[in-house]
Design a protein around this ligand. Structure first.
Ligand code: 4AD
Ligand code: MG
Length: 435
């Protein structure tokens, strides 16, 4: 048996005998030649078993092996431009670790519900493998950029006593006889931590009982939420565009192979560099109302943008678009009022290009105790649960801003996926909590 090598490293072992420990992805039977496509989690390589060159037992194993059987294969690495990945293994030994039963996911087409039901197995397919590797890089890029730009990671709780993003999408649970809710956002806690640390972020799963089935909504999704003391709306946008550009460029640099598997056109991603275009909500509405499609033009001033509006706006630019200063009435209670127009809030959403819709929501937060108290009443929120939050406006209140970026929406855009469900290992949606 040769030295165990990960498939991603085979290029450094040309001419050597190595051992790969993995699974059989698929197989082509050409009689005396068996072509085994092997995968080990780090990549794929084709192994060729030639009857004349290996022991009868090894050849029998190569003939008998089934899709997704676990296998230990030994062979000599050959550079071969025609082989997928540029290398091939001339096999000298094949040992089946476990002969897999008939595998439910075959190379033919399957329906999405069937694949979702078998998500625990579907993860092994090359496209899913590619998406989740991009996801890991998006997450690493998020952490690195924030850690390198003066943001301290300070985690927010998952179990909370009150709503942050409206009471209609709360998951309620019993907390020793009291009501508690799964967090919708760590933002309010970040507003406390910035008064201790200046710039902070929290990063974790967030929950929304979204009762509609859309391609952009999960009930459990990951959000990174940076928050900044002494930062206004302008500063918030500057940070967002630097941050998102870094994430995209990092994926281009480190995940070219995965983007190729996904057949993602990378040219639109290369264009993602600061600055990003900015548009006022008022102008966005005027633009939308001029469109032909009634699903788009029917929007009235004061309404929040929906998916068709975001798509239409996003398609006008080759970079993400900032839409800012939404009416107070369509945004969360904590938004700062625009000093130039009390009907508007200092809010900003970032809409991805290519029609992927909103990936970031954020803005400047109310610094004034009086205004915040008024908003809590207007939104019918339980004042007691927000007593601590009001305190932040009593003891050294400052202008501050922040935002939340949805990891799954970002991964869907970067990977060019129509639906968000493949961007998280085990998606939770309306009607699915299995596997
Ligand atoms: O716009 P949202 O609701 O903003 C907040 O929660 C703020 N408190 C964040 C902050 O300022 N700290 O959500 C932010 C982002 C959205 O732009 C979207 O990318 C993602 O979170 N998101 C979802 N992703 C998947 N499924 C859902 N149901 C989502 N809801 C929001
Ligand atoms: Mg939003």
């Amino acid at each position: 048996m040769g030295e165990q090598v990960y498939i991603r490293d085979v290029a450094q072992h040309v001419g050597e005998e190595i051992t790969v420990k993995g699974w059989l992805y698929n197989k082509t039977d050409k009689g005396r030649l068996q072509f085994l496509m092997l995968r080990d989690g780090t990549g794929m390589i084709q192994g060729v078993a030639f009857q004349r060159e290996i022991s009868p037992a090894a050849f029998e194993a190569a003939q008998a092996i089934t899709q997704e059987s676990s296998v230990i294969a030994t062979g000599t690495v050959r550079a071969d431009a025609r082989a997928p990945g540029g290398h091939e293994l001339s096999l000298s030994d094949v040992q089946i670790v476990q002969l897999a039963e008939e595998y439910p996911i075959t190379p033919k087409e399957h329906g999405i519900e069937f694949l979702m039901e078998n998500r625990h197995l579907w993860l092994r397919s090359s496209q899913q493998w590619a998406v989740l590797r991009v996801r890991a890089t998006v997450i690493a890029a998020i952490r690195d950029w924030l850690d390198d730009h003066g943001f301290l990671l300070v985690d927010a709780p998952i179990l909370t006593p009150a709503a942050c993003e409206g009471t209609t999408t709360l998951f309620q649970t019993d907390y020793f006889g009291e009501n508690a809710y799964l967090t919708q956002s760590g933002q309010l806690y970040n507003e406390a931590t910035i008064m201790a640390f200046g710039r902070t972020y929290c990063f974790g799963p967030t929950f929304r009982a979204e009762k509609s089935k859309t391609r952009r909504h999960l009930t459990e999704f990951w959000m990174v939420e940076p928050e900044m003391a002494y930062a206004d709306l302008e500063e918030c946008m500057r940070v967002e565009e630097q941050f998102v550009s870094y994430i995209v460029q990092r994926v281009l640099e480190q995940r070219a192979e995965e983007l190729a598997i996904l057949e993602r056109d990378t040219a639109p991603l290369e264009a993602i560099v600061p600055p990003f275009p900015r548009m006022r909500y008022d102008d966005a509405i005027a633009f939308l109302q001029e469109q032909k499609d009634p699903a788009v033009s029917g929007i009235a001033w004061g309404e929040d943008l929906g998916a068709p509006h975001e798509t239409t706006l996003g398609l006008q630019h080759n970079k993400p678009l900032f839409v800012h200063r939404y009416p107070t009435q369509c945004k969360a209670f904590y938004m700062e009022a625009d000093p130039e127009n009390a009907q508007l809030s200092l809010s900003v959403d970032m809409l991805a290009p290519e029609g992927y819709g909103e990936i970031i929501g954020g803005g400047q937060r109310t610094a004034s105790l009086e205004l915040l108290e008024q908003r809590i009443v207007e939104h019918n929120l339980p004042r007691e649960a927000f007593a601590w939050y009001l305190d932040l406006r009593r003891y050294g209140s400052v202008p501050h801003s922040g935002f939340g970026l949805g990891v799954e929406r970002t991964v869907a855009w970067v990977c060019g996926l129509h639906h968000i469900r493949q961007t998280i290992p085990f998606p939770r949606t309306l009607g699915r909590i299995y596997p």
